[in-house]
Ligand binder design. Sequence first.
Ligand SMILES: NC(=O)N[C@@H](O)C(=O)O
Ligand code: NI
Length: 164
Amino acid sequence: MAEKLTIRPLTQEAFAPFGTVIEADPATMRHINGGNTERYHALAEAEAVGEDAKVIINLFRGSPRAFPYAVGMMERHPFGSQSFSPIDDRPWLVVVAADEGGRPGRPQVFRAGGRQGVNYRRNVWHHPLMTLDAVSDFLVVDRLGGGVNLEEFFFDEPFIIEHP
Ligand SMILES: NC(=O)N[C@@H](O)C(=O)O
Ligand code: NI
């Protein structure tokens, strides 16, 4: 019987083992441009290692996932971090897992608000983008370079997210 996954709110503390939440944290804010602009400073660090590594900026246009959803696989990027920041101000799901001897453990599901992004640290297991309700755009910062920067793992038995 496929195990059901529960959904928790996305918080900096809960997500800390996997990376950082990208959001307007008042503790990071400084006024710039003569006070016209609030800079939320250094919310996350992009990592890019290995041959010819560089950090790139992308746009991902994700189609909404259908539920119940079977989490059958996870992936990770050994040579770089990967961040997702929603552009359309819609909630979305973040699915991550701890590494257990080179394979992902039980997935953990977080519900992100429309103004919350995440930065997956290099080599952190995560599920590919999971948008909700409508086609949604995300600004994605990740790594381009040599080598294979994608490792996938497929579960023998999927985990189920019943509804978002
Ligand atoms: N493959 C790709 O660029 N996207 C995935 O890495 C993802 O996390 O969505
Ligand atoms: Ni990825």
